[in-house]
Ligand binder design. Structure first.
Ligand code: AMP
Length: 219
């Protein structure tokens, strides 16, 4: 399966991507994770990207398009991938279409997860992530925050710098201005499908699978 997951920050793209990766054994391409890794390694890309990420702004298109082109060259990506966090602008979406055409790749679905503004703010402010395995938690799953270790691997939990309230508000403005217009770009495609991302994780996952399997005939 080759899927694009689309939606505002905090809607659950990362969580759903991880479930889809388990289901289809696909490569999880999270541009946010790739950038955070680059920041951690203090690479040229990381040092440049950090300036934008810390303020809740988008990293410029030419950097992101170059990064994605590189990732899509890998053998696993050629077969199967879940794209999480790319594209985020119409220019990125156009570049992605051009890459797919050159590589003879077709998409199985563009899944748009929708959300309410206040709920997204709540989710982002309550989000904690495991430094070791990347598992995502909400404070409500961590006894309100008193639990500081990952329930699965025991790794240390942290709050992303850009999940702090001052930056969250700006990230949502950036989403509305630069990323939301992509919905119209993809809505014309018959692989576009919108799902309510506010429902329970398992329910959202099932809705995604129902859509992806809809046209497949069992033999
Ligand atoms: P995410 O983990 O997807 O929320 O991404 C974290 C941050 O990385 C974003 O707020 C942006 O600063 C940057 N980023 C991730 N993906 C992209 C992209 N496709 N285009 C531009 N910036 C991106």
């Amino acid at each position: 399966m080759r899927i694009v997951l689309f939606g505002p920050p905090g809607v659950g793209k990362g969580t759903q991507a991880k479930l889809l990766v388990e289901e289809f054994h696909s490569l999880h391409i999270s541009t946010g994770d790739l950038l955070r890794e680059a920041v951690k390694n203090k690479s040229t890309l990381g040092l440049e990207a950090k300036k934008y990420m810390d303020g809740g702004n988008l990293v410029p298109d030419e950097i992101m398009i170059g990064l994605l082109e590189e990732v899509l060259q890998s053998d696993q990506a050629k077969c199967n991938f879940i794209l999480d966090g790319f594209p985020r602008t119409v220019a990125q979406a156009r570049a992605l279409d051009a890459m797919f055409e050159r590589m003879n790749i077709t998409l199985d679905g563009v899944i748009s997860l929708r959300s309410d503004h206040d709920e997204v703010i709540r989710r982002l402010s309550n989000r904690r992530i495991c430094k070791a395995c990347g598992r995502i938690y909400s404070l409500s799953q961590l006894d309100g925050g008193s639990q500081k270790q990952c329930r699965v691997c025991g790794g240390e939990l942290y709050q992303r710098e850009d999940d702090k309230p001052e930056t969250v508000k700006h990230r949502l403005e950036v989403y509305l201005e630069q990323t939301k217009p992509l919905k119209e770009f993809y809505r014309r495609s018959n692989r576009f499908h919108q799902i309510d991302g506010m429902k329970q994780i398992g329910y959202v996952h099932k809705q995604i699978l129902d859509f992806l399997y809809k046209d497949r005939t069992e033999i």
